[in-house]
Structures are given as C-alpha cells and as structure tokens.
Design a protein around this ligand. Structure first.
Ligand code: OGA
Ligand code: MN
Length: 216
C-alpha cells in the first residue's frame, strides 16, 4: 500500500490493512510515516498546551545523553522540551492513543514494550537536531520512537524536515514535513535521523516505547 493511501486514516479507526502496512514497514524497513494519524482537534489542543507552557517559561533547553552523561550541547541540539506528565485532558488523550499503539506493536512484533516516555518539543527559528540515534544497542532500552507533528499548514520553504537515513547513514530514506497529524514511527536503535534547521517555530511530541526499566 502506498503512503498516500493512508492519508484519510486515523489510529482510532485504522483498518487492519493500515495497521498491517505500518507493522510490515517497521519490520522490513524500520520506519513508517503515517499522515493524519491523530485527529486535528487533539493536535491543536496539544499545540495550544505547548504555547501556554512556553508563555509560562516551562520549556527547558533539551540535553543529550542519559543519566549521568546528560548535558546541554547547542551545536548538536537546540530544541526546548517538557516531559508529558498526564496533567491535561489533551495529554491523557494522546497517551491513550499511544497505549493503543503499544498494544498493537506488542501483539504483532513481540517487542515486550511496557513503558512510554514522551516530551513536547519546540524548535524555534534557527533550531535543529543533528544526525543521531535515539538508542544504542545494549545500552538503553528505547525500542520504538514516535514523533507527532503539531504544525498546521507547514510550508515547503520553512525547512524543519525530519530526515531519515539508512542504518549506516549512506542513504536518505525519507524527508518528512512536520505537518500537523503526521506520526512518524521508527526503530530507535536502527534509524539515524536529524531535524534540519527550521525557519518557523516547529512543535512536536517525541516519544519512546521501552521494554523495561533501566533505573535511570
Ligand atoms: C528527537 C528527535 C525528531 C523530530 O527528539 O530525538 O529526533 O522530528 N526528534 O522532532
Ligand atoms: Mn531523535
């Protein structure tokens, strides 16, 4: 099935062929781009929440590295984030969808996913995130990455695309516009990716399904 054929499907009424296409793509290629995966009303509520968090000074500079290695490096990453804490109806709604997705992934792929962590991210004009992996084999347990975009009417000349590379970074596999409702899924240990510099504020929810607690 082509990606275009998915454009009117949403997760809450996804048909089995759509879910199968997503699962097949993750197994065969390690990534999947799902336009209009979540309802616009939910995306707009999440976008509004990020605007309020920014106005209240609640967004923090994002860091790199986990646990004791965590630090800020603005030559690699420049977004501002806030971890979701289930305190709003929009967050609860979003997390319910992600729980449904976790169940679907576990049933088909036997990944044993049992946790989901996610943060809002705001990339202001000029911000980027250089090419990286979200998880390193044997070191962490981030298994599947999700990124949901919250930007209505993103224009082609605004930059801010997500670039997805093959495992050894020799080829570009996809360049994804951060358009509202698009959900990107990829295997966290397998897929190098980067956020190109944006020319407009770019808002998203990034999340990771994990398979056990690290205690970090
Ligand atoms: C991340 C990330 C991609 C995006 O937060 O680790 O790669 O498109 N985000 O926002
Ligand atoms: Mn990433």
């Amino acid at each position: 099935m082509s990606l275009n054929a998915l454009s009117n499907q949403t997760l809450h009424h996804a048909t089995q062929p759509v879910l199968d296409a997503m699962l097949d793509a993750l197994v065969e290629h390690g990534w999947f781009v799902w336009p209009n995966a979540l309802p616009d009303a939910l995306c707009l509520a999440l976008l509004d929440e990020v605007a309020q968090l920014e106005a209240q000074g609640e967004l923090q500079r994002a860091g790199i590295g986990r646990g004791g290695e965590h630090h800020i490096n603005q030559t690699i990453r420049r977004d501002h984030i806030k971890w979701l804490d289930q305190t709003s109806p929009a967050q609860q709604d979003y997390l319910a969808y992600m729980h449904e997705l976790q169940t679907t992934l576990n049933r088909a792929l036997y990944l044993g996913l049992n946790q989901y962590e996610s943060h809002f991210a705001l990339y202001n004009s000029g911000d980027f995130y250089k090419k990286h992996l979200d998880s390193f084999r044997g070191r962490a347990n981030r298994m599947v990455t999700t990124v949901l975009y919250l930007n209505p009417d993103w224009q082609a000349n605004w930059g801010g695309e997500l670039v997805i590379y093959n495992e050894d970074s020799t080829q570009t596999l996809a360049t994804v516009t951060p358009q509202m409702g698009t959900l990107v899924l990829f295997m966290s240990e397998q897929i190098p990716h980067e956020v190109l510099p944006t020319q407009q504020p770019r808002t998203s929810v990034a999340g990771w399904f994990r398979c056990q607690s690290t205690g970090l």
